[in-house]
Design a protein around this ligand. Structure first.
Ligand SMILES: *[C@@H]1O[C@H](CO)[C@@H](O)[C@H](O)[C@H]1NC(C)=O
Ligand SMILES: *[C@@H]1O[C@H](CO)[C@@H](O)[C@H](O)[C@H]1NC(C)=O
Ligand SMILES: *[C@@H]1O[C@H](CO)[C@@H](O)[C@H](O)[C@H]1NC(C)=O
Ligand SMILES: *[C@@H]1O[C@H](CO)[C@@H](O)[C@H](O)[C@H]1NC(C)=O
Ligand SMILES: *[C@@H]1O[C@H](CO)[C@@H](O)[C@H](O)[C@H]1NC(C)=O
Ligand SMILES: *[C@@H]1O[C@H](CO)[C@@H](O)[C@H](O)[C@H]1NC(C)=O
Ligand SMILES: *[C@@H]1O[C@H](CO)[C@@H](O)[C@H](O)[C@H]1NC(C)=O
Ligand SMILES: *[C@@H]1O[C@H](CO)[C@@H](O)[C@H](O)[C@H]1NC(C)=O
Length: 802
């Protein structure tokens, strides 16, 4: 037995971590050799076949198969209010439609051949079903699924070694899946033709908007309104019928133009009254794929406007939502108008965020976001639909929390997001930790989620009760991403050079989609300019909707560069810089052996365990011992192989300084506040007091600042002990300053300002200002130029006197 001791707290809090001694059942002991990976791929394919064969035997041609009872499953015709069931089912063999591309990825040619023949034969009237479906779900699952299969069958050069059976399928394919997609699109598009250009969320596939009860049309969510823009725009380009692109773009830009002054979008809108119904935002349910598709639409259509939406949104979320210390990042819901944190939970859907962060180049952020979900998975063998990350009850400081206390919504329907993000992170970093995660998830599918007819999710994580449902995304996303994760030698066509020249992305339902000019229908002649023209005459929209979507911070003003001393200085937008570079694995150490996971050199690997210790508890039905293999990053075999045993596995001491946030000035003007990063245009010849990476904030208005309060004797977040000498040094001993702060025994340090973290040793510079009368003398400046608030000197906020 190996024990590692981690000193995790100042007050002799010792955290004992036990390396798990129980092997997963794989005979390969976490070696991740090519042979081992082939084994993992085969096992995953075998799980897929189990699910698929169960569906074909007991579910087909209905929508799904019920995994526990082996019955077909479809819409609830008796109760139209049963939207959980009806939104994504319409007696349209939905498991098939959502898995055509999965069959190709898994190379199940006979099954593919069979279902294609079936669809072709039933094509006419296939979607003519008297069923009320959700437009969003139908678009991402089935419209996307059909278009993806169509693109793969028509626009991919497969290796010559590919099975003759598949070559025959490809040769015989006549494009009918696109016809089916077009038919489905025509049935969905009336939902967008509303007087407000905000689509209604549901439609009857056979009868359109007729007879859809008003109660089902009241609230549309931001994801629901904006997401179809990607599939619909693609459908227009492939078919030449521009109405899909036109209506969905109109709705997308309408919503974006109604965002709050903090660049945050609420999550619910009423299509009839044209009003937002809440003033809350986040990254999870109801809004997740809005950001995802701004980024992905920008990639597949090379659309700079969409990209600017993503960048502005990411900046706003970093400023107003991102929480967590140095080694963890969560994005809880916040108010769109005031930026105040609204919820003490994060949701399971938000686990996709780190995958999107990888795709958009935010690799450090992605690792910090993902690690929180890794810990949740460690403790729950799943992710609760809503997990409470913080227990606020200060009165109950000593209270022992149970697992139940941190589960706000208790189900886990085998969602893909965590494994999806692990796949992205593996492709970006090649760290074997992600393969270990994949193997643990695979083992749970083999042992825990496997049911007589497929896989059943968990209805109640508190008790372990199972769900008698296998949604189409279990095969279409969860098992697909798992399989692709193990495809480390790039055998799947998506990873082959044939795809390198395409701007392909996974849709939010894991359907590969792409576009290039060669695919456009000959009648297609529609584009952004025409959209804005149409926008004007038909709907009297302000052209601002399409034309000026510039939201980057206006950092052009008054750097005092006439001054000789600082002629070498320039400024840049600290946010745009984030997107200009390709970030390499920030955890990677420079040398050492190949067989290493850089996680073991990362000082923050165990930070989340400590920060969220009240919320990370195992439910009683899951083994309590930490020897059961569920602590993925502490699996014995993996640990043995992927550390050098020179790893100390020591966390930095946990800081005991207080960290808090203040809003300075009118927070609504935050989006217009200049915040720039200093760059050196050329080497400085004279001594300079402004250094590269310092920040420049000309005005102290509209700022959101996270402070750390440094008290003598405390340990700060840089793992240093604060001494009295240090505090006196910051306070200086000028007589005039004395009565301002002498009585205070602490100073403040800015950690983050409007979403920008301050680097070690950097300063924030501002222009001389006249303290506001309203401040009642609470804001002052010391003789050395440091800003003081409420008698506390700020270590790193300095006035520039030129
Ligand atoms: C895995 O570990 C077991 C027990 O330690 C050992 O017998 C076996 O040979 C190992 N397998 C591989 C592939 O290393
Ligand atoms: C794939 O996995 C299945 C189930 O474990 C097994 O029966 C089969 O032999 C494996 N095939 C290969 C090629 O390893
Ligand atoms: C659902 O589809 C099946 C198979 O196509 C068909 O037999 C059945 O009548 C349909 N049910 C309804 C209610 O439309
Ligand atoms: C806009 O539409 C006109 C015809 O109405 C067409 O000639 C032109 O090419 C279109 N522009 C774009 C950018 O698609
Ligand atoms: C959009 O641009 C126009 C002219 O370029 C300008 O007058 C208008 O104020 C801008 N609108 C917004 C919302 O920035
Ligand atoms: C709990 O541990 C026992 C004994 O090691 C094992 O048989 C069982 O499968 C474990 N249960 C779970 C849910 O992991
Ligand atoms: C182990 O760490 C020490 C101190 O960091 C270093 O001097 C030594 O070279 C390392 N040994 C190996 C094998 O990496
Ligand atoms: C610029 O000046 C600073 C402070 O004098 C010094 O630390 C820094 O190394 C100089 N940079 C260059 C590129 O000369």
């Amino acid at each position: 037995m190996l024990f590692k001791i981690i000193q995790n707290h100042l007050y002799l809090f010792i955290y004992l971590l036990c390396i798990s001694n129980v092997n997963a059942k794989s005979p390969f002991n976490s070696s991740f050799t090519p042979e081992h990976l082939r084994y993992l791929k085969n096992e995953t394919k075998y799980l897929f076949k189990h699910a698929w064969n169960s569906y074909m035997e007991f579910g087909f041609p209905y929508d799904e198969v019920r995994p526990l009872t082996c019955e077909p499953y479809g819409p609830d015709y008796k109760d139209y209010m049963n939207t959980v069931r009806n939104d994504a089912m319409a007696n349209i063999s939905s498991t098939v439609l959502d898995n055509l591309d999965t069959l190709i990825i898994m190379e199940q040619w006979d099954d593919l051949d069979y279902v294609l023949r079936y669809l072709k034969c039933k094509q006419k009237d296939f979607f003519n079903k008297d069923s009320i479906v959700q437009v969003f779900e139908t678009t991402i699952r089935f419209l996307g699924g059909l278009m993806s299969a169509h693109l793969i069958l028509t626009d991919v050069k497969f290796k010559t070694t590919t099975s003759p059976k598949f070559t025959k399928i490809k040769d015989e394919y006549d494009g009918f899946l696109l016809d089916m997609a077009y038919d489905l699109g025509l049935r969905l598009i009336p939902s967008y033709r509303t007087s407000t250009n905000v689509p209604v969320p549901r439609i009857n596939l056979a009868n359109g908007l007729k007879n859809v009860p008003p109660v089902l049309q009241k609230d549309a969510c931001t994801s629901g309104v904006t997401t179809p823009v990607l599939e619909f725009t693609l459908l227009s380009k492939l078919t030449g019928d521009y109405q899909f692109e036109y209506y969905s773009q109109l709705s997308f830009w309408k919503l974006w133009s109604s965002k709050s002054s903090l660049n945050l979008m609420p999550m619910t809108i009423d299509p009839a009254s044209n009003q937002w119904k809440d003033s809350i935002t986040g990254i999870g349910a109801s809004i997740d794929s809005f950001y995802e598709y701004a980024a992905k639409a920008s990639i597949i259509f090379d659309d700079k406007y969409m990209w600017s939406v993503f960048k502005a949104s990411y900046q706003a979320l970093l400023t107003h939502s991102a929480q967590g210390g140095d080694g963890a990042m969560i994005f809880p819901n916040v108010g769109t108008e005031d930026g105040v944190v609204f919820s003490d939970w994060i949701d399971s859907l938000g686990a996709f965020w780190s995958g999107l962060q990888v795709l958009t180049g935010q690799l450090s952020d992605a690792i910090k976001t993902h690690v929180v979900y890794l810990k949740i998975w460690d403790y729950f063998d799943s992710i609760p639909e809503r997990w409470i990350y913080a227990h606020h009850n200060k009165k109950n400081k000593k209270k022992i929390y149970r697992a139940e206390d941190s589960i706000e919504l208790e189900w886990y329907p085998l969602r893909p997001e965590f494994i999806e993000s692990s796949y992205y992170l593996y492709r970006a970093t090649k760290d074997p930790m992600y393969l270990q995660i994949g193997e643990r998830v695979l083992n749970l599918f083999q042992d825990k989620f496997k049911a007589p007819c497929g896989f059943s999710g968990i209805q109640d994580i508190k008790t372990g009760k199972k769900q008698n449902r296998m949604e189409t995304f279990v095969m279409g996303e969860t098992l697909k991403y798992l399989y692709l994760l193990f495809d480390t030698n790039d055998e799947v066509f998506l990873h082959s050079p044939a795809m390198n020249s395409k701007n392909w992305v996974f849709s939010t339902e894991a359907h590969p989609l792409w576009f290039h000019k060669g695919l456009a229908d000959e009648n297609y002649n529609f584009g952004a300019q025409n959209l804005s023209a149409l926008t004007n005459d038909k709907f009297k929209y302000t052209p601002a909707v399409v034309k000026n979507i510039t939201v980057s911070s206006p950092y052009m003003f008054n750097i005092p560069d006439e001054n000789d001393a600082i002629q070498h200085i320039g400024k840049k937008d600290p946010f745009s810089g984030r997107f200009d570079i390709c970030e390499l694995n920030p955890l990677k150490k420079s040398s050492k052996s190949l067989l290493q996971s850089s996680y073991y050199d990362w000082p923050y690997l165990f930070n989340s365990d400590y920060s969220f210790s009240k919320s990370l508890k195992k439910p009683s039905h899951i083994n309590k011992s930490n020897l059961d293999g569920s602590y993925i990053e502490l699996t014995r075999d993996f640990f043995d192989k992927f550390t050098t045993f020179n790893t100390s596995l020591t966390c930095p001491r946990t800081y005991n300084t207080q960290i808090y946030e203040i809003f300075w000035g009118d927070i609504k003007s935050c989006g217009n506040t200049e915040i720039s990063q200093i760059i050196y245009k050329r080497p400085n010849t004279t001594e300079s007091i402004i250094l590269e990476d310092d920040l420049w904030v000309p005005s102290l208005q509209g700022l959101r600042i996270i402070f750390e309060e440094l008290v003598a004797g405390s340990i700060d977040s840089r793992n240093e002990v604060i001494t009295n000498e240090y505090i006196s040094l910051i306070q200086s001993d000028d007589d005039e300053d004395a009565n301002m702060y002498k009585k205070k025994d602490s100073v403040l340090r800015i950690k983050k300002i409007n979403g920008v973290s301050l680097r070690y040793g950097s300063l924030v510079w501002t222009l001389p200002f006249v303290p506001n009368a309203n401040d009642n003398g609470e804001v002052r400046v010391t003789s050395e130029g440091r800003v003081v608030i409420q008698g506390k000197v700020i270590e790193n906020l300095v006035v520039w006197y030129g």
